[in-house]
Design a protein around this ligand. Sequence first.
Ligand code: PLP
Length: 369
Amino acid sequence: MTNLPVDIRARFHGLRRLIGNTPLLAVDYTFRGRPRRLFAKSENLNMTGSVKDRMALHLMKCAYERGTIRPDALIIEATSGNTGISFSAVGRALGHPVAIFMPDWMSVERVNLIRSFGASIHPVTREEGGFLGSISKAEELAERTPGAFLPRQFANEDNCEAHETMTGPEIHYQLESHGLKPDAFVAGVGTGGTVMGVGRYLRAEFPHITVHPLEPSNSPTLRTGCRLGHHRIQGVSDEFIPPIVHLDELDEIVDVDDGDAILMAQKLAIEVGLGVGISSGANFLGAVALQDRLGDDAVVVTLFPDSNKKYLSTDLMHDEPARAEHLTPHIDLHGFTAFNRVCAVCDQSEEWLRSMRIPERSGSPLPQA
Ligand SMILES: Cc1ncc(COP(=O)(O)O)c(C=O)c1O
């Protein structure tokens, strides 16, 4: 960072204060009448409301530090939504224009949010290749655009590093401040950056831990290597196993039905006021299933990747029929406490801030997109 102009460092510093170091929620519940507690990072509290802000910020920081991005570069990314929102906001905060390629069946809230940051959005139909088509179209535009920056979230190890250096240590120190150690971690796989990065950090610190990728049972990409069915857990299980996912570094895959995930997300909002997205419901159920195996007192950690706000036009707002195999009807939520943010993971000390001599105003005006 120190090799960068003060102006750009100040912008990164401002973003770092709005991204990461989220509270860790301890959610108390009973499952089939047995009292238990699960832990979930409140990732909806990041700048644009999702876990993907961490990845967008870290990828940009790495690119600036390595000198692989020009200050006016067009950022081009293929995404199923949250990443597009994150790059649109983080990119603009750093002065970049942004172009997003996205399958055309993602929620209208996602599309409008990306537009609201001034990014250009390129919807890709199923006939044009859907998700894989979005990736190849992003690559084609980059070839035609001098100096374009492609984050390539599915193949970029910096994505995992964001979680290895931020999310993982946060979980460690937040649990430690309450005298706890994690026994298992589970997270739904979109790019896999979260489960790989958090997993690497926690495994190094707690060798006994198990680390589980999660996917929809009605469209199991990790188990099959391709897209087989339709599912409603936006943000996970796209159409292929991302290159940064190494299943041999992970423990067993956890499967969750998308209807059960919707019921659980609804329950978290209705019973304890946690307005989370569908993948958060899935992650919670994955953690419940693991605790069932490991014991009622096992310390199982997961994430709530985003809030319910981007799903107001989806099945999250409709009655979802409960099925015999669903776990949600057997869960009663009792409330939650929040473990505070931790100083141990703030990346910039106040001393560093002073030495940076941040300009009194926020620097020169940003170039217009
Ligand atoms: C809502 C939601 N949940 C989960 C994930 C999965 O995160 P990762 O890409 O780190 O695997 C994503 C990724 O976009 C997401 O948008």
